[in-house]
Design a protein. Structure first.
Length: 477
């Protein structure tokens, strides 16, 4: 079998890691693989590859008219076919080119030519598999494709069951939609280090909910720290540096950017446990990887992600569903702020907000005795952090309402749970299982043509639940 794996770039990042892991696993299974990207990595690439420059992200500030998009899409589709046919010329009666072109994350607005090019490829008879790691309809209007309809009659893939369910309800068929979890590689924790860090091993982008990790730092034992491994990309850097400034001003026990100076293995070796406060994930590596290094996990639960892992046999005993702050400490105007944000989101999607959503938000906030810290914007989060830092009463009230903080302060390793979770990860998300799943998907794509389309309006209705709105979880460009 001949598979072309296509992505915008091969810079360091989550989707790039998945592409490279798929290339490695498929190659080990005897599949011929070609990686096609708009930008290559700085170092050596261990797999056959082809550079197609028009796959790269759109250049900032450059907008194409309809004619330019049509011409560019035809060139891009032609270039993708050309590099596959050059790599796999006709032989022994087989047709040239790839058996399947597997394209990663095509439904987000990163390249104005890609979706039109996919439609051209599909119309020409190419077998396509469109794997989605993120969907713009999930409160991310900054990467929404606007009036562009998604490609019809292609096989689609997603990485969690919630997205699978929503895409089925938005029009895709059981035969044309596939669940393909990511492969999880074991991590290693270096031995011989003193364990003093609650390690948050992520790139600190906005949806990772950085403020909540800073708030947790006020409840950990003296001599320990909350530690972040990597800074965010430029888009989120201003917010990130405000958090660094706040931590410095209040002398919080927080460390930043440790992954720029130390190996991940050494950092894992210094960890009391792993930490997560994220409000939104696609697959959810942060809920799995720490266990493979023998570490437990403390932090915020994301139901639609953890439910998949629990079906695979994992247990998460020290995750909390929300970090409730008594309503008396919530800065004023939250409901109005959330309604305004929701209206901006709907406007950015180019649709009208349902008239009762403002009332739904208002009643939800006004009728609550407590509000989840993860729903707040950064300004409100900062005000609460300052209040907790300055006063004992709010600290006591929060601790009294949140029993889970005891697990953080008085952490006890559960080796039996770590071993069981590690075994479940190996069985369900290891190389053998995920490769088998991917090969089975490819078999179905080769054998089954599909007739299907996605209703973008239906997807928006499913994702834009006002009660799921988190102000640090939205994409605002």
């Amino acid at each position: 079998m001949r598979i072309a794996l296509v992505h915008y770039h091969l810079r360091r990042g989550g989707v790039t890691s998945v592409v490279l892991n798929q290339a490695r696993s498929l190659s080990a299974a005897g599949v011929e693989v070609l990686i096609i990207a708009g930008e290559m990595p700085e170092g050596e690439l261990k797999f056959p590859s082809a550079l197609v420059g028009d796959l790269a992200y759109d250049k900032p500030g450059v907008f194409l008219d309809a004619g330019e998009i049509e011409r560019g899409a035809r060139k891009l589709a032609g270039d993708i076919l050309r590099v596959t046919e050059e790599y796999w010329p006709a032989r022994d009666g087989d047709r040239c080119g790839a058996d399947i072109i597997h394209i990663h994350n095509p439904l987000i607005q990163k390249n104005s030519l890609l979706v039109p090019a996919i439609k051209i490829l599909s119309g020409g008879g190419a077998r396509l598999f469109l794997q989605n790691h993120d969907l713009a309809e999930d409160f991310r209007p900054d990467v929404y494709l606007g009036d562009t309809e998604y490609p019809e009659n292609c096989h689609y893939g997603v990485i969690n069951s919630r997205d699978f369910d929503y895409l089925r309800r938005a029009g895709l068929t059981a035969e044309g939609l596939h669940l393909i979890p990511n492969e999880v590689f074991p991590l290693r924790a270096s031995a011989g280090f003193k364990r003093t860090r609650y390690l948050y091993p992520v790139r600190a982008i906005r949806r990772k909910n950085i403020g909540e990790a800073l708030l947790l730092s006020l409840f950990i034992p003296r001599g320990r720290t909350v530690a972040f491994t990597l800074p965010p990309p430029e888009k989120d850097s201003a917010r990130y540096h405000r958090w660094i400034a706040l931590a410095s001003e209040l002398e919080l026990p927080v460390e930043f950017d440790l992954g720029l100076r130390h190996s991940l293995s050494d950092l894992l070796g210094t960890a009391v446990c792993a930490l997560t406060t994220s409000v939104k994930e696609g697959f959810g590596f942060s809920f799995l990887e720490p266990w493979t290094a023998g570490l437990g996990l403390f932090g915020r639960r994301i139901d639609y992600v953890c439910a998949d892992f629990e079906k695979a046999g994992l247990r998460f005993d020290r995750l909390y569903p929300s970090f409730d702050i008594p309503a008396e400490y919530i800065p004023g105007g939250l409901a109005e702020k959330m309604e305004a944000a929701l209206r901006r989101i709907y406007a950015a999607f180019g649709i009208d907000m349902p008239p009762d959503y403002g009332r739904v938000l208002m009643e939800d906030i006004a009728g609550s005795t407590a509000v989840d810290f993860g729903r707040l914007d950064e300004q409100s989060q900062e005000e609460i952090i300052r209040a907790v830092h300055a006063g004992s009463r709010i600290r006591q009230d929060i601790a009294g309402a949140f029993a889970g903080l005891e697990n953080l302060a008085d952490w006890r390793d559960d080796e039996e749970l770590a071993e069981a979770n590690c075994a479940a990860i190996a069985a369900h998300y290891g190389q053998e299982r995920i490769t088998e799943t991917l090969l089975e998907i490819y078999r179905k794509i080769r054998e089954n043509a599909v007739i299907q389309r996605i209703s973008k309006n239906a997807l928006l209705e499913l994702y834009l639940d006002p009660l799921r709105l988190s102000l640090v979880g939205i994409g605002d460009g």
